[in-house]
Design a protein around this ligand. Structure first.
Ligand code: NOJ
Length: 766
């Protein structure tokens, strides 16, 4: 079916191109150039109601899908709408040739010739794939993250795209949720810093430049809090969590200039986000003064029917536009119903004008009215895709994303000669899995596998045995029901090989397609028979380096208790194998820190470092059960937020505060000395947390408020300083305002959220 659709589209494209050879001249290029708003208004004035609604309509390309498959026969209707000026944007169109063909229809065949915006999920790269965003977050390296987004933007813009549906800035605490891979983890402070870096990386200084794209802060809001970690599930959270945890990265993205927002599939406290006036009108457009536009998520306007919030598509369109959703992605609800709704008086035309104005404004900002084909140059596309500078950038990013979880016996770094190394695990030889699940434009088998990366080091004797598969089968958007293989027929060969090795590198974990949208899990251990394989190999050889690939925190208590070296290598993208090999051999000293807590088992989930103390945080008396705990497991995680080792060792001392209190707009300088007591030069992310001991709304036991990455030679010490001011202690108080409340605080500084030096201070008034 999809092939037929594709063919019919390709045929029509050919016809259009061959009978339309005239010089391309956007009809509106000559509108007043005075200022942006005048230009926008001058276009708006020429438009009929239907044409304005057309700007609010976004269609999927005719064959690629990133949501439920469109109904049959839609291609012809979409195509007709496009020619009639009833489409404002398209998504999932790949490559200059197709972008140009569709843009040409919009510019030359519609009455007003308004150019389209082309959007695409460039989540962590277009064809050159960088690490999944959760992995990038583990680098805590904002300039590298910004660079990675800039690389993605440059490559995406070279294929004709003007808009990426990234960054996803949803805070997530539940490892069962498959989309934790797409965000920056559990913390609003780190999440905000990363949101800024990614928006700046994608959008650059100038949206009209040929190497930048529009960014999109998504999913507004609360999507990361789906009940039981099941994607698309209900979200029910209080105002304090919404304001203090969920909103900050969105606000940070907005303050750094993000020009679009995407709303989300979930309902929030009984109201679907797509139809949520509080979120989109009261907060985003009124309080935060956002003047870009909001796109719905895929089909989320019509999904309000299934939510039980709209009685039919027409009603859904009415709710969504009134609530402030400006562009309809793939529901066709706006293009089908808005004109009638305006005529019936159910929707004010001024709201349509406002939405169309927002979209046109962004089109002007992109320079599309000046040159709709700015992004359509096939030679430039060829020169740009996959260029060596991109490979270098994603390799750098990948190395910095790796987190060393355990290194007993100093098994790592590996010696460069004289070792017999056996590599085990299907993932080690997989050239697709490292690309992750959001890599719709990247070709299969284009990542450097771990085996290939290790082969670059010629001094050791290297062999590879699969041992076991990870999953039964895979396709990008349809997942086999039986995801985990039970086949153990490869065990014997792997056991024999492991027996004679000096070191066994086991590359286990999730396939890239086992996390991402629609891929929630109820078990978060090693999928399939991999745990069994690990234990069998351990019986014959204990010198194991476990390299994990995964898109979410995994629960691996047995490995933590038994395996001497564990390396968290996520899904690291195109250069994955090279990055891991360089870390294993010590050519890059690991510096990553976890952006999300790793639980001991799935029952602890959601687990996060910035939890609330509760009224019963401790054992009141010996053997009492009446405190907040489990009777079968500790409360503490396996690996805490902010945790990550290095081949160096860092010692923290001399936590000093310039004063123990401050008032009003004053500040306290906090400093600490960090010394590298190890043998290797290394990087450390020094983290500062605070705790507000009592407040008008209960506060978390720790909140990250600052971090700095330093690099130290062996024996070198550095004094690292942070500032605590009013902003550091502000939160959304019982007065429903962001304010600083006077009171007592603790401050912690260390190399993770769990290992910290501690002191106290007071805030005297506001
Ligand atoms: C649905 C996802 O939730 C969203 O993040 C994505 O951008 C759209 N599909 C478009 O593919």
């Amino acid at each position: 079916m999809r092939i037929i659709k594709k063919l019919s589209f390709v045929l029509s494209t050919v016809v259009i191109i061959s009978c339309s050879q005239k010089v391309l001249q956007p009809k509106l290029a000559l509108v007043s150039k005075n200022n942006l708003e005048t230009r926008v208004d001058s276009v708006l004035k020429l438009m009929t109601l239907e044409e304005k609604i057309g700007q609010l309509n976004q269609y999927n390309g005719f064959w690629e899908i990133t949501g439920p498959t469109p109904k049959e026969g839609q291609a012809a209707k979409k195509y007709a709408d496009l020619k009639n000026g009833l489409v404002g944007s398209m998504l999932n169109v790949k490559g200059v040739k197709d972008v140009r063909a569709l843009q040409k229809i919009a510019v030359e065949e519609t009455r007003l010739g308004i150019p389209l915006i082309f959007g695409f999920d460039v989540i962590h790269g277009y064809k050159t794939i960088s690490p999944i965003p959760l992995a990038e977050a583990a680098s805590w390296d904002l300039s590298e993250i910004k660079k990675s987004a800039a690389v993605a933007a440059e490559e995406a813009a070279s294929v004709g795209l003007n808009w990426t549906f990234a960054p996803m800035v949803d805070i997530a605490r539940d490892a069962r949720w498959g989309r934790v891979m797409e965000g920056a983890g559990e913390d609003p402070f780190l999440g905000s810093q990363i949101a800024i870096a990614r928006v700046q990386g994608f959008q650059g200084e100038d949206l009209k430049a040929r190497n930048t794209v529009l960014a999109c802060a998504k999913h507004f809001a609360g999507y990361g809090f789906a009940e039981s970690g099941r994607d698309y599930n209900t979200v029910d959270i209080g105002e304090s969590t919404l304001q203090n945890i969920v909103f900050p990265p969105f606000k940070a993205a907005l303050d750094s200039g993000v020009r679009t927002f995407m709303n989300s599939f979930n309902e929030l406290n009984g109201i679907p986000a797509t139809g949520n006036k509080f979120l989109q009108r009261d907060i985003l457009k009124k309080e935060w003064q956002f003047d870009g536009f909001v796109v719905s998520d895929w089909g989320s306007i019509n999904e309000m029917i299934a939510h039980g919030y709209a009685k039919d598509s027409k009603h859904a369109a009415e709710i969504a536009i009134n609530a402030g959703s400006d562009m309809d992605m793939e529901s066709s609800a706006y293009v089908e119903h808005l004109a009638v709704l305006v005529k019936e008086g159910k929707v004010k035309e001024s709201l349509i004008d406002d939405a169309a104005r927002r979209i046109l404004r962004v089109k002007f900002e992109l320079g599309l009215f000046d040159n709709p084909y700015l992004y359509c140059d096939e030679n430039y596309e060829k020169e740009t895709i996959g260029k060596p500078a991109f490979q270098e950038a994603v390799l750098e990013m990948a190395k910095k994303s790796i987190v060393l979880l355990k290194n007993d016996k100093e098994l790592l770094p590996l010696k460069k000669s004289g070792l017999k190394i056996v590599v085990i695990g299907a993932l080690a030889n997989d050239k697709t899995s490292p690309l992750g699940s959001w890599r719709i434009a990247a070709d299969d088998d284009t990542a450097v596998s771990l085996v290939e990366g290790l082969q670059q080091y010629k001094g050791n004797k290297l062999s590879y045995v699969k041992g076991a598969d990870v999953a039964v089968g895979r396709t990008q958007f349809v997942w086999e029901t039986k995801i985990n293989t039970t086949d153990k027929s490869g065990f014997a060969e792997a056991i024999t090989a492991a027996k004679g090795a000096d070191v066994v590198i086991m590359n286990l974990g999730e396939h890239g397609l086992q996390s991402g949208e629609g891929r929630s899990r109820t078990e978060i251990g090693l999928p399939g028979v991999q745990q069994e394989l690990l234990e069998e190999i351990y019986k014959v050889n204990q010198n194991i380096v476990l390299v994990l690939n995964n898109g979410r925190p995994l629960a691996i208590p047995w490995a933590d208790a038994n395996i001497p070296a564990i390396v968290e290598a996520w899904q690291l993208g195109t250069q994955s194998g090279n990055a891991i090999a360089q870390v294993l051999y010590g050519d890059y000293n690991p510096s990553g820190k976890l952006p999300m807590t790793f639980p001991r088992n799935v029952g602890q989930v959601p687990i996060y470092y910035n939890y609330k103390n509760t009224g019963r945080p401790e054992l009141p008396e010996a053997d009492s059960v009446f405190w907040s705990h489990y009777i079968d497991q500790e409360n503490t995680p396996l690996y805490p937020f902010g945790y990550g080792l290095s081949y160096s060792k860092f010692e923290y001392s001399n936590l000093e505060l310039s004063q123990n209190s401050f008032a009003g707009d004053g500040l306290i300088n906090v400093s600490v000395t960090v010394k590298n007591t190890g043998k290797y030069r290394g990087k450390e992310v020094v983290q500062l947390y605070i705790r507000d001991l009592f407040a008008s709304v209960t506060r978390p036991v720790k909140e990250l408020k600052g971090f700095e990455m330093i690099e130290l030679q062996p024996n070198e010490s550095k004094k690292v300083s942070f500032v605590i001011n009013k902003k550091s202690i502000e939160f959304f108080t019982a007065n429903s305002k962001w304010e600083a409340e006077a009171g007592d605080f603790k401050v912690f500084v260390g190399g993770s959220s769990a290992q910290t030096l501690e002191s106290n201070f007071q805030y005297l008034n506001n």
